[in-house]
Ligand binder design. Structure first.
Ligand code: ADP
Length: 297
């Protein structure tokens, strides 16, 4: 697959604050690429750099093969970064007409982009009558003017209600289905897991890991066991079959298995045979979450 964007060792300082440290990434065409990290990890800074709004302190990036981010390339990228200034008293349609005029492209696509974001029926309604989710969809419609190949979204579902979130997620998937490449920042693992095909995890400006979601956030079974004597439990647990990792927490021992490989009954019997009575044995399915916590801890 062709690459849309290559980021090579990008570092960004704001005065003495280092927001990004030698971040390198490759974004293949047609993927939904999640930039995942807690607040302050550098996501917005990274998006700002690739949108040419911020200058990196060092490092470089290029769109497609070898094209520097010039005006022509910039036209192939749609973004929600610069929050569009919609007029409250004007209709959705009028607002997009103004947006298209400012961009100098997309005037003939207004009906089409309104349909894509499911606002065609409401095209004559005033912006002020829209829910937050509809406003966000209108912003996406605006980003779609000019038919860009790449869309850059910063926390696209922030502040929306569950219905609004579901609509935006579906819309993002539809856009990827049309062949667009989507780069989105999120601080929610769940979001990235549900929407993205690829993920890069940032922590304090450092890139921790990057790749396909199912590889980076490989699903694992996690079993948490407790017994009165944790030290002995931990020792014995080293011998359980087919664990990927075993580690000790304050009051429990955690065992990781490949997805579907944890056998709680066998673990219970294994302990019983070694004179350990478990006070608790829980099979957890929140493996992605703990993996994220493990990564970002
Ligand atoms: P995120 O989008 O992941 O929340 P940001 O890119 O906004 O992270 O911020 C990364 C780091 O850079 C944070 O420590 C933040 O405080 C700092 N930072 C961001 N913008 C500025 C700025 N304009 N001036 C100084 N520091 C900034």
């Amino acid at each position: 697959m062709r690459n849309v964007l290559t980021i090579d060792s990008v570092t960004k300082y704001y005065g003495r604050v280092r927001a990004l440290n030698k971040v390198s990434l490759t974004i293949p065409a047609g993927c939904i690429y999640g930039i995942l990290g807690p607040n302050g990890s550098g996501k917005t800074t990274l998006l700002g750099i690739i949108m040419d709004i911020l200058k990196p302190t060092s490092g470089r990036y290029e769109f497609y093969e070898g094209e520097t981010p010039n005006h022509q390339v910039r036209k192939r990228i749609g973004t929600l970064l610069e929050t569009p200034n919609f007029y409250h008293y004007l209709s959705a349609e009028r607002n997009l007409r103004i947006a298209a005029e400012i961009k100098g492209r997309g005037a003939e696509q207004i009906g089409e982009v309104l349909s894509k974001v499911n606002l065609y029926e409401r095209r004559r309604s005033k912006f002020s009558t829209f829910s937050l989710g509809m406003k966000q969809r209108l912003a996406i419609a605006s980003a779609l003017l000019g038919d860009p190949d790449v869309l850059v979204f910063d926390e696209p579902v922030n502040g929306l209600d569950p219905e609004g979130i579901a609509e935006i997620r579906q819309l993002i998937k539809n856009l990827a289905g049309e062949g667009k490449t989507i780069i989105m920042a999120s601080h929610l693992l769940d979001e990235v897991e549900k929407v993205c095909s690829h993920v890069a995890i940032l922590k304090k400006g450092e890139l921790l890991t990057a790749g396909k979601v199912d590889e980076v956030l490989a699903n694992e079974d996690i079993v948490e066991v407790e017994a009165r004597d944790i030290a002995r439990l931990y020792e014995v647990m080293q011998g359980v079959n087919s664990t990927l990792r075993v580690y000790r927490e304050d009051n429990s021992v955690i065992l990781h298995f490949e997805q579907g490989a944890a056998d709680t009954e066998a673990i219970n019997k294994y302990c019983f045979d070694r004179n350990i009575t478990l006070t608790s044995l829980i099979l957890k399915n929140k493996s992605l979450e703990s993996k994220f916590l493990e990564i970002t801890k």
